[in-house]
Design a protein around this ligand. Sequence first.
Ligand code: SDX
Length: 424
Amino acid sequence: MTAAKLTLDGREFELPAESGSEGEKIIDITRLRAESMAIALDPGFGNTGACRSAITFIDGERGILRYRGYPIEELARGARFTEVCFLLIYGHLPTRDELDQFREKLTYHTLIHEDMKKFFEGYPPSAHPMAILSAMVSALSTYYPVDNADENVDLNIIRLLAKAKTIAAFAYKKSIGQAFQYPRNALSYTGNFLHMMFSLNTEPYEVPQVLDDALNLLLVLHADHEQNCSTSTVRLVGSSDANLFASVAAGICALWGPLHGGANQRVIEMLQLIHADGGNHRKYVDMAKDKASGFRLMGFGHRVYKNFDPRAKLLKEAADQVLHQLGVDDPLLDLAKHLEEVALKDDYFLEKKLYPNVDFYSGILYRAMGIPTDMFTVMFALGRLPGWLAHWKELRQDPERRIGRPRQLYTGETERAFVPLAKR
Ligand code: SDX
């Protein structure tokens, strides 16, 4: 690969260029400042690679998403979430023995320390479950060794994968004043979560297979997405050698933002608003095009996908199938489809390449399961957990790893003398 040439103030610099396993090109600016005393500026890092990674590949122009080389469409059709967790974290699809052992470990570590239940007594019933999830994940570091020795890291990865769904289900039970439901070892990862969410002391919840499969699909589709905002947060915090729980707790907070994982909650709230307003989707599409309105079509647009988000396509199909199988007629699904249809015929959306993203249809499925809207982003976090863990682990093994410390272009005051208060 030939080097890139840069000319600045009459001086010419050569910057090494390289291409990845899918042919995408990078210019290595590691030496840029040392050679030219200039830095690159890229607000939002839309043109800047933070690292080399072998976990997930996205081609935004062709709508391609692969986990460790496996197309998302094939994993969505054929893999259980625990298989995808193993694949992302350890780099290969598990054999039957490896998967059985992995699942056994997850089952064994599903409970949280009994003392952690007391934390829930302090939260108001209205506490947002993302606040609880990030606080409880950070608090796990007070119960387990976090010195980042390899054996502790491997076990903490299992602990976090296993306990996060318990914390999430307990947060839901707290919010509705029902007794926590302990996990049952005979159930699958997804079955156990739905059991802990919807069983009662007086009556166990028999998990319908259609909902177990729908949850599995949702978790698989959310499992990783390369250097998105929350994963980059996990990596940045991890780069300071902070422990796994602290790094993931930070990622949960980044995901909460409505421009990121918080969008799935905002999509349903938006659809409910439009539905309550007579279903006038044209009015809201026009508002989304008018910057002064401050209104955005939540669930539309993506930094990387500029044609379609393959996950949105799969979720749209699944929403149709699951609601049909359940005999549920959710007006919000029809509204979402109309909104997509109108927007994708509108020049504004076509010119700006704004298509439905993973958050646009996911909420319809969560609603069909009986999961409340403010739990939607928690569901996103449960899905994204293996991705965060895989990237945190990859970062620690990266020979180029350094603490993340971006620079800036200073635009403030130049030097000036201090004026004592008496003279101001
Ligand atoms: C996720 O990165 C990932 O991979 C994220 C994710 C993952 O799996 O981790 O895929 C998950 O976060 C999906 C995105 C969920 N967020 C939303 O649905 C919120 C609505 N969408 C946006 O706010 C926006 O599209 C982003 C945040 C998704 C992308 O933001 P960008 O890349 O910074 O784009 P931008 O805000 O600069 O928008 C470009 C233009 C702007 O207009 P101009 O300034 O060029 O005139 O498109 C407009 C925006 O105003 N625009 C929208 C819009 N999204 C962008 N206009 C109306 N409605 C929208 N939804």
